[in-house]
Ligand binder design. Structure first.
Ligand SMILES: NC(=O)C1=CN([C@@H]2O[C@H](COP(=O)(O)OP(=O)(O)OC[C@H]3O[C@@H](n4cnc5c(N)ncnc54)[C@H](O)[C@@H]3O)[C@@H](O)[C@H]2O)C=CC1
Ligand SMILES: N[C@@H](CC=O)C(=O)O
Ligand code: NA
Length: 424
């Protein structure tokens, strides 16, 4: 095992406590033969004879059949895992950052050596999600995967929404509870969710999607007043990962993958997903709509997914086989965000006089954006105007907002957010 922090310590505990049952399920003992950590002296709780600070040497040992990687980050982990795979050792990892950038080379190495590369813990923690996509739904045609895949930002947004708590104190609490990444900007700026979206889109659409292909916006710009405004409208704000199969008029298919804050009605099932919980909808032609829900972060929940993979790998080794390979045969191109159909919620403070609504409506019309609903509330000589659009290319919506912001009659663009799951 490489790394013994929040997740690794729980994996080590469960491997020890459940050794007998795991052996019975795997068909052979699953024995922890070594643990690489940065500072062995900081781990008096672990057997000293297992500890090393030399991960590369541990990976190379002859008595290692499987490498469980719980360090995180890209380098030097990438070279350790390639070395392991090239030497015929299966790999179990929770490292979404690495998989979202280098899965092609890792899968190729696993294929060449005929070994397993499993990573259920990398997306949505404890929730069985990747195996259902890779195996249970292999006979169906998935059209959409959408949900909350980052526990830290969901914890922060839930707390801000429920108590009006500040951003910084809530982030500290999420780090203390072991949800946040070593560098929590990976969570708040949406990098972690974007890595997960890349992994989900690759598996769902049998294509190669990397983190760079995912449009990414974090929650740093979501303010307490955004959440308060959403609340008065019966809505809330969630950071969603949305992966879609988009079919153009000529029938050509592409993949859209994005991560950004989204306003959803409080009646939406995702609105009730609080704390570090994750929830993901999958839509497929034959299956219809499926929903996966559970703990998306934290030591023990993530360790559950790691151990599930470890037992699967051990079973494969006992039987002399391996699990499913990468399936990227569809090779769908990635659609740029500007061409992705989205819907906007735009909240404006405008002058309260005749013709204002017409000017705002004209700006939407000029960009071919159709309006679904308008609400106006007056206060003295200004009015608050809320416009919700129908689906339009994201670039057209952005241009509309830019133009509206320049209108003399618009005092302030109070908030602009994409919406999901409502007509108005
Ligand atoms: N914490 C969570 O809720 C979840 C974490 N993950 C992923 O699991 C992985 C581990 O995350 P955490 O346990 O939270 O991290 P952590 O920071 O608590 O633990 C990292 C471990 O790696 C060790 N390490 C760092 N550099 C090393 C080196 N050069 N050589 C040997 N050991 C080294 C550290 O000593 C520590 O034991 C990451 O890839 C993370 O993205 C995935 C899902 C959930
Ligand atoms: N930092 C991540 C951990 C799990 O993947 C999160 O907050 O979801
Ligand atoms: Na999972």
């Amino acid at each position: 095992m490489l790394g013994c922090g929040t997740v690794g310590s729980e994996v080590a505990r469960l491997l020890t406590e459940q050794a007998g049952e795991l052996a019975a399920r795997a068909g052979a003992p699953v024995e922890l033969v070594g643990i690489a950590v940065r500072r062995p002296d900081k781990h008096p709780e672990l057997p000293a004879e297992l500890l090393t600070d030399d991960a590369a040497a541990l990976v190379a040992r002859d008595d290692v059949d499987v490498v469980v990687e719980l360090v995180g980050g890209i380098d030097p982990v990438r070279s350790w895992l390639l070395t392991a795979l090239n030497a015929g050792k299966s790999v179990v990892t929770a490292n979404k950052a690495l998989l979202a950038e280098h899965s092609a080379e890792l899968f190729e190495a696993a294929d060449a050596a005929g070994v397993d590369l499993y990573f259920e813990a990398a997306v949505a923690g404890a929730i069985p999600l990747l195996r259902p996509l890779r195996e249970s739904l292999a006979g169906d045609r998935i059209t959409r995967v959408m949900g909350i895949v980052n526990g830290t930002t969901n914890y922060i947004l839930s707390a801000m929404d429920a108590t009006g708590a500040g951003y910084a104190e809530t982030l500290d609490e999420a780090s203390r509870l072991g949800y946040a990444e070593a560098d929590p900007t990976a969570d708040v700026d949406g990098y972690d969710a974007a890595s997960k979206a890349a992994i989900l889109a690759s598996l769902a659409f049998h294509s190669r999607v990397t983190a760079k292909d995912v449009h990414r916006e974090g929650i740093a710009d979501v303010t307490a007043s955004d959440l308060a405004a959403a609340r008065t409208l019966g809505r809330t704000v969630k950071l969603l990962a949305i992966c879609e199969r988009v079919t153009a008029d000529d029938g050509a298919e592409s993949v859209s993958a994005r991560v950004h804050p989204v306003m959803i009605p409080r009646s939406h099932q995702l609105a009730g997903v609080g704390g570090a919980f994750n929830a993901v909808y999958v839509e497929a032609d034959a299956a219809g709509e499926l929903m996966f829900y559970g703990q998306g972060a934290g030591g023990a929940p993530t360790a559950s997914a790691v151990l599930g993979d470890l037992v699967a790998v051990a079973r494969n080794q006992v039987l002399g086989g391996r699990g499913p390979r990468e399936s990227a045969h569809a090779a769908l191109p990635v659609r740029p965000m500007g061409q992705t159909p989205t819907r906007y919620h735009v909240s404006l403070d405008v002058a309260d006089r005749a013709g204002v609504l017409a000017q705002v409506a004209q700006a939407f019309a000029a960009h071919g954006v159709s309006i679904a609903a308008v609400r106006q509330r007056d206060a003295n000589d200004t009015a608050s105007l809320v416009v919700v659009t129908h689906l339009a290319p994201d670039a057209a919506l952005q241009s509309t907002v830019d133009e509206i912001a320049k209108l003399d009659v618009v005092h302030e663009v109070v908030s602009v957010m994409r919406v999901e799951g409502e007509d108005a």
